[in-house]
Design a binder for this molecule. Structure first.
Ligand code: COI
Length: 356
């Protein structure tokens, strides 16, 4: 409506001109890609540091067919969200944690990475440039997807000679089609997500394509997603394709400990702190698949998923149900505590929120 998005007019944090919302159906957001106005790009050569990036119009990028990411999967991604607060402020949730995780992953994947400051600054710039795509309060959030990739050409297996750090965003609602209703999982007994010494503990792109086959098979049978077991004992819970898992029994909340094969989720870590502050005992340890049998509640956590209650888990043909198809009390309580913090509805005693 008259607003010229073709020139790079990015609102500064202090400006009080709120751009008009994008003209889309805000009431039916799922978790599907929608292109927005701008993306952030920053490049550097191998052995150098990232120095200066810039916003550009969102669009396709150019890559050599021989790019490291395309041929050998030298790439990482991150995920975080921006929420619109009731007073108009834009809130990020623990963006430094994503920056630190990307740096850890980059070390594992032999890539240079932006500093924490560069990362957070780039996220802020990208969100502000796409402000009209941040959903109104209660309608969802702006999902922020940073990528770090070997963009230079390689033929023999080696780290790429050039790297690209890119951020794009997309407005999102609920991740699972179930919305906030419980999801139904099946324990995968043949395929594994990660192996000790591998890359399960970093957010490398390759971890995700490898779960598609089990996930598709599960969906074809009517399940929402797959719950993976460890590849050594085939007995301990690892995670779901796109999120971490928590098991509740009485006043104790258990989740698989971070031991190299589990993705160190920022939502996972935050929920542990939130649950402890609410008086729960939280255990990070090996969680055996048999414990699902007498658990009171199970829930999944992730940036995309937030908190998703689990209504049933099927293991070796046997189905265990939780919460009589409603949301369990503990899951509900922790969901409320976390999301009201993220949306700026409760005081942030943890210093987790970054307001733009
Ligand atoms: C996230 O939760 O942000 C993720 O990166 C998981 C992805 C599969 C959507």
């Amino acid at each position: 409506s008259g607003k010229n998005v073709d020139t790079l007019q990015v609102a500064s944090p202090s400006s009080n001109v709120v751009p008009e919302l994008a003209d889309i159906d805000w009431d039916n957001l799922g978790f599907e890609f929608m292109s927005t106005d701008y993306m952030y790009m920053m490049k550097c050569s191998q052995g150098e540091n990232f120095s200066k990036g810039e916003l550009q119009r969102f669009g396709n990028i150019q890559l050599s067919p021989s790019a490291g990411i395309l041929n050998y999967g030298q790439g990482l991604f991150e995920g975080l969200k921006a929420y619109r607060k009731y007073d108009g402020n834009i809130l990020l949730f623990r963006p430094e944690e994503n920056a630190l995780r990307l740096r850890m992953g980059a070390e594992r994947m032999c890539m240079p990475s932006p500093t924490v400051e560069q990362f957070v600054e780039a996220v802020k710039e990208t969100v502000l440039a796409n402000e009209r795509w941040i959903p109104p309060l209660g309608k969802g959030s702006l999902y922020i997807r940073p990528l770090l990739m070997g963009s230079g050409a390689v033929l023999g297996l080696a780290p790429a000679p050039e790297y690209t750090f890119l951020i794009y965003v997309s407005p999102v609602g609920n991740y699972f089609k179930e919305g906030l209703a419980p999801i139904h999982l099946i324990v995968e007994t043949e395929m594994h997500r990660a192996t000790p010494g591998g890359t399960g503990g970093v957010k490398t792109i390759g971890n995700y394509a490898g779960v598609l086959k089990a996930q598709s098979a599960a969906k074809a049978k009517g399940f929402s997603d797959v719950l993976y077991l460890d590849s050594v004992h085939k007995r301990y819970l690892e995670e779901v394709s796109s999120c971490n898992v928590f098991v509740v029994k009485d006043n104790v909340i258990a989740t698989p400990s971070i031991k190299g094969t589990i993705l160190p989720g920022i939502t996972r870590k935050s929920i542990i702190d939130v649950a402890v502050s609410q008086g729960y005992q939280v255990e990070e340890r090996f969680v055996a698949v048999d414990e699902l049998l007498d658990a009171d509640e199970v829930f999944c956590t992730g940036t995309a998923v937030v908190i998703s209650p689990v209504g049933s888990i099927t293991y070796l043909g046997k189905r265990v149900s939780y919460g009589r198809d409603g949301v369990g009390l503990v899951s509900q309580q922790i969901y409320s505590a976390l999301t009201s913090l993220q949306m700026g509805l409760t005081e942030d005693n943890m210093d987790w929120i970054v307001a733009l």
